[in-house]
Ligand binder design. Structure first.
Ligand code: DGJ
Length: 547
């Protein structure tokens, strides 16, 4: 049997915390201002906010939008999408305009505005690395080559990426991050800020590793035993260097270790001040056919080096994928790769083109703690072709539908997910029928493109693959069912499969203050062909039986 573990708490406190958590209703208590934290059970995870599981229905603003004067163009988009959490950068260049002098005015404004707009906040520490580059370092560092140590190529030419071997830079980043975390601890007792991202897509584009003198020395030193163990390597000698231990992967693994150690140190220093959940995000490599090192960002938490990051940066609670690939199989694979017993899944960035909206359901089905389309503000910037060609209420609508549906039952779903009782699917082009197993007696079939009345022809699928559905087990033979553009139907399975299913009761309703409030009973045409979902936000409580 796998053990229940709650990390980062003394054992006794764990026990009390767990008993409390299990006894507590799934709704948050407004008066509970306990520190947001992650809990773990049977290889599953939950983010507790105000003492109860929480689902980040998130939105990330554009890179240059987290300025007080720009926020009026942010909030209408955040409202339109119905987000409960906004992700906004804190820029090192703004935060530390002179060495050791910190300007808290912008971060204070971000927190105050978030409170006023009734959303939680995830802060993104844009510092040594932003998409692999040092562009957010303060001017006083950029202007002094001794302070901004760039990586070097084999021929000594500099790379547009910081060297993870500069202890001076590491100390400077740590000092600023510590100042940020200390300030949050002092000024945010109600925990508007629920999580912090450390750096942004740390790593390097255009070079696989650093060839600075310090890096060259480190490359010859023995690989740390923890890294060997993490990668299941037993080299011929305990003093094996990187090349001997990892052969053709040596450069890439070495850089991942060096960057992870650096980011891990920044994270640990901040966490010692204020132990909020911390994560690092990854610029992904292709999860199915990755291609050779150098064709994707090197050094970041890509899927092949997750164990190195885990061992070298234990202060990071989550290594999270930024998803900018709309191929269903690839998204599915990414979610599989980052949803691990030692790593809660979180999607802190996903492209904002409408086709990505259905992946919210796929992420829920993988027990994600949250989801956040990128570039959600009305500043007029669009990152097409990564995202939508324009950003307006129409392009945001598919994401807004998701959050409007799930928002009122967010706490319940987060708890059901933690308990292993939530399943969800999204439509894959060319696959008009999918199924989910629930408990030992029920199979749930989801089909796409059929009319609401009658069976029609074989399901053709929707013209565009926009269908999505979720099913959660509320109790014996009782389920919560919701979705868009699909038909959901229950079928007996396992020992019950000799019998027929019948819908004993199908109630449509809403969640209010944590309770399901029925609005009407579906029957007749509304259930005879299965449970049909359109673009309307409908939540069903379904009780099934057999005869
Ligand atoms: C991923 C980065 O993390 C974001 O900050 C942004 O640069 C997007 N890529 C591209 O718009």
């Amino acid at each position: 049997m796998r053990k229940t573990t709650i990390r980062s708490l003394p054992r006794f406190a764990c026990l009390i915390g767990l008993v409390g958590l299990l006894a507590a209703p799934a709704t948050a208590r407004a008066t509970d201002h306990s520190l947001p934290r992650l809990v773990h059970k049977d290889g599953r995870h939950a983010l507790l906010v105000d003492g109860a599981p929480y689902l980040i229905l998130g939105a990330q603003v554009n890179n240059s939008s987290a300025w007080p004067g720009v926020l009026p163009q942010v909030w209408p988009a955040i409202k339109a999408i119905h987000a409960n959490t906004v992700e906004m950068p804190v820029y090192w260049e703004q935060f530390e305009p002179k060495p050791g002098a910190f300007d808290y005015s912008v971060v204070d404004a971000l927190v105050a505005h978030s409170r006023k707009n009734d959303v939680r906040l995830v802060l993104l520490w844009f510092a040594t690395w932003k998409n692999g580059s040092p562009h957010y370092m303060p001017l006083w560092m950029k202007e002094d080559p001794k302070k901004l140590a760039r990586m070097l190529r084999t021929d000594g030419r500099p790379v547009d990426s910081a060297s993870p071997f500069s202890s001076e830079m590491l100390e400077a980043d740590k000092r600023a991050f510590v100042a940020l975390m200390r300030h949050l601890k002092k000024t945010d007792p109600q925990h508007t800020v629920i999580m912090v991202q450390v750096e942004n897509e740390a790593g390097t584009w255009g070079a696989i590793r650093d060839y600075s003198p310090a890096a060259l020395k480190a490359f010859e030193r023995p690989v740390p035993p923890s890294v060997l163990a993490a990668m299941n390597k037993k080299p011929s000698s305990p003093s094996a260097g990187w090349k001997e231990a990892f052969g053709k992967d040596a450069d890439e693994y070495f850089h991942a270790w060096a960057v992870a150690r650096y980011v891990g140190e920044v994270a640990a220093a901040g966490k010692a001040e204020y132990p909020l959940p911390l994560y690092a995000n990854a610029a992904l490599r292709d999860p199915i056919s990755p291609g050779p090192a150098g064709t994707y960002e090197s050094g970041g938490p890509t899927d092949n080096v997750l164990p190195i990051w885990k061992t070298a940066a234990p202060a990071l609670d989550i290594l999270a994928p930024d998803i900018y690939m709309d191929d269903y199989a690839k998204v599915q694979k990414v979610l599989d790769l980052y949803d691990r017993p030692d790593n809660p899944l979180l999607v802190p960035e996903i492209a904002n083109a409408p086709a990505y909206a259905r992946f919210f359901f796929l992420a829920l089905g993988h027990q994600s703690l949250g989801f956040a389309p990128f570039g959600i503000d009305y500043t007029g910037f669009v990152n097409f072709p990564l995202g939508a060609t324009r950003l307006n209420e129409e392009t945001l609508a598919p994401f807004a539908m998701n959050y409007a549906l799930v928002g009122p039952m967010m706490r319940q779903l987060a708890q059901l997910s933690f308990d292993g009782k939530l399943k969800a699917v999204a439509e894959k082009k060319g696959t008009p029928a999918q199924s989910l197993e629930l408990g030992s007696s029920w199979k749930v079939n989801v089909i796409y493109g059929v009319p609401q009345f009658g069976f029609g022809d074989k399901p053709p699928g929707n013209p565009e693959p926009v269908g999505r559905a979720l099913v959660a087990e509320l109790g014996d033979n009782q389920f919560l069912v919701a979705g868009f553009h699909c038909r959901v139907d229950f079928q007996t399975s396992g020992p019950a499969s000799a019998k027929q299913r019948e819908y004993l009761r199908v109630e449509e309703g809403t969640y209010e203050s944590g309770k399901f409030k029925p609005l009407r009973i579906w029957n007749g045409d509304q259930t005879d062909w299965g449970l049909n979902f359109t673009s309307a936000a409908q939540i069903l409580r379904v009780t099934v039986g057999t005869y």
